[in-house]
Each structure stands twice: as structure tokens, then as C-alpha cells.
Design a protein. Structure first.
Length: 211
């Protein structure tokens, strides 16, 4: 497979910098389901960047060892970094589309594609039609009634570049121990993570309020 450089670098970093098993944790649930890229493209009906499809082809076909790393990292880790399968992406996006059709006052937009969900209130979406910011922006949406969209990446490639930088700095996987995990989510380690995210995405980060 002829991969974009950022995907190749993610692959190599996982293979050379991390013990066996971490690559499988990175892939997460992306291999689940029988939906192919071709079927997904037809079903989603929205224009996603080619790098999104390259990335998911890689996730679906890569061969990382699934060795047990539960003593080294929290396996049920930060959902924002957990790779959803194409089947799950399609299912959740279609669910939001149905809810929006039933209640047009909701803030889901017709061009949104959900790619992550966590904390029972936030989803990460690609704004494929530029209805909130620019076309292709990646943003958070608080579906429990918040009044703001948070644009965090200029595009999907910048999301991957940020993942790559965090992997290189050993700041991607939450540690297994309670003390270290607390620091990862709410301490000096979290501040390092946020500094990298801001540095790489300063021109894109924006809050867009809605009422």
C-alpha cells in the first residue's frame, strides 16, 4: 500500500519505539465489522479526504502483535484516540442524521461525520461541508447542550500529525498505574500534551458559539 508519509511514520514509530502490543491498542476497534472502504464511501454520501481512507485501510490491514500490555497502559484509554471502525462511524453518523431529521433544532450538521465519542457528552466530527468553520475542519461538539463547537484541527491530516508527535514524545498512551494515569489526565504530562496540540494546531483552534 502506497501510504502518505504521516501514516508510514505512525506505523514505524509504533513498531520501533513501543513494545509489542501497543500497535494493536492504537488500532483499537478499527478492524471490527465487515464494511469495506468502497461500501463505506457509497453509504456515507459525503466527501471525506483521501487520507482518511488511506488511514482506515492501513488500520484494517496492519498486522500488529496483540500481546497483552495491560500492565503498561490503560487498555480502555482516552476515547478521543480510540480508532472507530468504518462500520461504527457509519452507524453513529446515520443515527445523528436521523435524530437531526426528527428534531431540526439540534446542532448536528448535515456534513458532519463522527469519528470519536467520549465522556457521554462529546463527539469528534469532520465538518465535510464547512458548515461551522472551513471544509474539512475537525471539531468537538457537546451534544448534551453546550453552546460551543471547538475546532481543533485544520483537517484530518493534522489530526494524524498530532497523533504522530504525541507518539514520538511517548505522550499518547495513558499509563496503567493510578498515580501516573492521574498525571496523564490532569497533571504535568497533560500540560505537555496540550502544549504540543496547541503548537501544531494554533492556526486552526477556534471556538464557534451557537444558540
Amino acid at each position: 500500500m502506497n501510504l502518505r508519509p504521516v501514516i508510514e511514520q505512525i506505523d514505524q514509530t509504533l513498531r520501533t519505539q513501543y513494545p509489542a502490543g501497543f500497535g494493536a491498542v492504537f488500532v483499537g476497534g478499527a478492524k471490527h465489522g465487515a464494511l469495506t472502504v468502497e461500501h463505506f464511501k457509497k453509504a456515507i454520501g459525503l466527501e471525506l479526504p483521501e487520507i482518511f481512507y488511506q488511514y482506515h485501510k492501513w488500520l484494517m490491514t496492519t498486522d500488529f502483535d496483540d500481546a497483552d500490555v495491560s500492565e503498561q497502559t490503560e487498555l480502555g484509554y482516552d476515547e478521543a484516540n480510540y480508532a472507530m471502525s468504518l462500520q461504527a462511524i457509519l452507524r453513529t453518523t446515520e443515527e445523528w442524521q436521523r435524530l437531526q431529521a426528527d428534531d431540526p433544532s439540534r446542532e448536528w450538521k448535515s456534513g458532519f461525520v463522527e469519528i470519536a465519542s467520549w465522556n457521554s457528552c462529546y463527539v469528534m466530527v469532520i465538518d465535510t461541508e464547512g458548515e461551522i468553520g472551513e471544509q474539512g475542519n475537525v471539531l468537538y461538539w457537546d451534544f448534551k447542550g453546550g453552546s460551543t463547537y471547538y475546532i481543533i484541527y485544520q483537517n484530518f491530516e493534522m489530526l494524524l500529525r498530532t497523533k504522530l508527535e504525541l507518539l514520538k514524545e511517548n505522550l499518547y498512551f495513558p499509563p496503567a498505574s493510578d498515580d501516573a494515569r492521574e498525571d496523564f489526565y490532569d497533571g504535568e504530562t497533560r500540560r505537555k500534551i496540550e502544549e504540543i496540540e496547541r503548537r501544531l494546531n494554533a492556526s486552526a483552534i477556534k471556538e464557534v458559539e451557537f444558540f
